[in-house]
Design a protein around this ligand. Structure first.
Ligand code: AVJ
Ligand code: FE
Length: 445
């Protein structure tokens, strides 16, 4: 659970930094160096950019901001400033070569661990409870997830392997949806030591009662939408979503194709049948929104999602996770790239919420209906470019993390966001409805 003991937090920060670097090393050594500098997709940076950017952010925050050191290589800062160069242009920059990037990141890390050992973890906002160290471990893990997306987009045989999640022992037999009672709940946090600025502060929200799916929407369910002509019918789509479908001639989620009467998908370098029981993956917000409308339902709002994930009716309070305040474990959630895919819908009974909602944490990011906005009382910290500059833009909020997300960067309060057209991220969704049934064309439950 959360702790205020600085020595425990120092130990946690140390472990989180080492775990992030192990993952970074795996993602950047499992392919040849020539693959690190290649552009695998115009949507992504070359892997070697992420690697040096990880080191550069760590240098800026842990060596310069926390420890007051001078820049090691001031001339490279602009190359690794995400706002200076769009991803598509990064391969053409005079980037550090793979060996140099590794050396730079390792040198920064050696010094950062030294800073972690010597820094009192109370007294300044940046170092209180080890915040800056936790923030940098989360930042590295976020870029590790970004690099995992690049691996999924990369052509050729996969360079990564992991065991598949366990199959369901029996088909999930619980109810399809769960009623979340109306009333106030506490959204966001003011106590989670490493929560990022956009998760703060804790505040009350009044949420009317609603129904939410017990599990994420499966490939089998999504396929019914596809086969019902969902991508041919304007009526299910938001106007911008319909334009996206027409312009790009979309017929199914990213990486899917139909062949010989079967639906196949390319998943980490292998072609496989679309697994019917797995949560749907690689859909844009527009596709999630259209599916929900076709089903006579809607996406949950961000506050509905968080209430479903954190509210405990028996104690009338918000917990850190659906299962309580304890940290994630492999029994509770599919996180941390232990698997390279989501587990079948209905998995992880040990991770369910008090109301019985499953897989809110891990497996697939879940699109919500909400735009990315600050909470009342928001204060940008420690830099405006993490969250503040994105508020009110063309972004939708995603919640809950995915198999690709490390536990250090995943909480009941954690907020992710992306453009509603994005499909390469590890995103799926679940649906919701008002208690008074929506008058959907297919008829609500
Ligand atoms: C929170 C995932 C949207 O990757 O763009 C990484 C995280 N911010 N470096 C992103 C982030 C700065 C961010 N997301
Ligand atoms: Fe970054």
């Amino acid at each position: 659970g959360p702790t205020a003991d600085p020595e425990d937090l120092r130990e946690r920060a140390h472990a989180a930094l080492l775990a992030a670097r192990d993952r970074t090393n795996l993602l950047t050594t499992c392919v040849e160096d020539t693959e690190l500098t290649a552009q695998h997709s115009p949507l992504m940076s070359p892997l070697v950019w992420d690697l040096a950017h990880i080191g550069n952010q760590e240098e800026q925050w842990l060596l310069r901001a926390v420890a007051g050191r001078d820049a090691m290589r001031p001339e490279i800062d602009p190359l690794y400033d995400a706002f200076e160069h769009p991803r598509a242009e990064r391969p053409a920059l005079p980037l550090l070569a793979p060996a140099e990037a590794r050396h730079y990141a390792a040198e920064v890390r050696g010094r950062a661990l030294d800073v972690l050992e010597r820094t009192p973890l109370r007294g300044t906002p940046l170092t209180d409870a080890g915040f800056a160290f936790g923030m940098i471990a989360q930042h590295e893990q976020q870029h590790d997830e970004t690099m995992l997306i690049t691996h999924q987009l990369r052509a050729g045989p996969t360079a990564l392997t992991a065991p598949d999640p366990a199959p369901l022992e029996a088909p999930f037999a619980g109810p399809a949806e769960v009623l979340v009672p109306g009333g106030p709940f506490t959204m966001g946090t003011s106590t989670e030591p490493w929560a990022l600025d956009n998760e703060r502060p804790a505040h009350h929200r009044l949420v009317p009662p609603f129904f939410i799916d017990t599990t994420p929407v499966t490939n089998a369910a999504y396929l019914r939408f596809v086969e019902d002509g969902g991508y041919d019918q304007e009526r299910w789509w938001a106007p911008e979503g319909w334009a996206m479908v027409r312009q790009n001639r979309l017929t199914a989620p990213l990486f899917w194709r139909r062949e010989g009467g079967q639906w196949l998908r390319r998943h980490f370098g292998r072609v496989e049948q679309v697994p019917p029981d797995e949560p749907v993956l690689h859909v844009s917000w527009y596709e999630a929104d259209a599916f929900a409308r076709w089903a006579g339902r809607r996406l949950p709002s961000e506050e509905e999602w968080e209430k479903a994930a954190r509210y405990d009716p028996s104690s009338d309070r918000s917990m850190r996770y659906p299962w309580g305040d304890a940290d994630p474990t492999p029994e509770r959630a599919n996180l941390g790239q232990r698997h390279l895919r989501p587990a079948p819908a209905g998995s992880y009974p040990a991770g369910e919420s008090p109301l019985g909602v499953r897989q809110l944490i891990g497996d697939v990011w879940e699109w919500t209906s909400s735009g990315f906005l600050p909470y009342p009382g928001f204060a940008a910290f420690p830099y405006r470019e993490y969250s503040d500059v994105f508020f009110g833009g063309d972004y939708k909020v995603l919640r809950g993390g995915a198999f690709s997300v490390d536990a250090v960067a995943c909480r009941g309060t954690f907020r992710n966001w992306d453009h509603p057209v994005r499909r390469q991220i590890f995103a799926g969704f679940r649906t919701a409805r008002d208690v008074a049934p929506c008058a959907g064309p297919e008829g609500a439950a």
